[in-house]
Design a protein around this ligand. Structure first.
Ligand code: CO
Length: 143
């Protein structure tokens, strides 16, 4: 079995948590010590996101804007909880080609623009042992 890594993972970039009540959750995480960076709506994904920082890492609280989005269905099925984990990678397009060739089930086969203009892509939970996995492109020098 070939266990050579397919891609380079530089670290955990952020964790995404789905919540029903964004204001209450924002208050709870601020009191936990996270610094609120901004709250933004991403209508094309049907979510409102509160982005926080703690040290070099980030936390996203997501709440659905409608009842149809993936986040809405996740919330309806499971309630509040961890929705995805995002890892920092240096070259996202190349990473996706590598993973695709190796049989990983990609939700995004090409990078797309996410929160803050980040280039991101998602890997299906079926390929990551039940965890919706996001890859975020970062400049290698910044890590
Ligand atoms: Co995310």
């Amino acid at each position: 079995m070939n266990l050579a890594p397919l891609i380079t993972v530089l670290g955990i970039h952020h964790v995404g948590i789905v919540v029903a009540d964004l204001d209450t959750a924002t208050e709870a995480y601020r009191r936990l010590g996270f610094r609120l960076l901004e709250t933004v709506e991403m209508p094309e994904q049907g979510v409102r996101i509160a982005a926080f920082a703690a040290g070099r890492n980030c936390l996203e609280l997501l709440t659905p804007l409608d009842t149809e989005s993936g986040v809405a269905r996740f919330l309806a099925a499971r309630g509040d909880g961890v929705h995805h984990v995002a890892y920092a990678v240096p070259n996202l397009a190349a990473a996706l080609r590598q993973l695709d060739a190796a049989g990983y089930e990609l939700i995004d086969r090409e990078p797309r623009v996410g929160l803050h203009g980040w280039r991101v892509a998602f890997i299906h939970p079926r390929s990551c042992h039940g965890v919706l996995t996001e890859l975020v492109e970062v400049a290698p020098a910044s890590e």
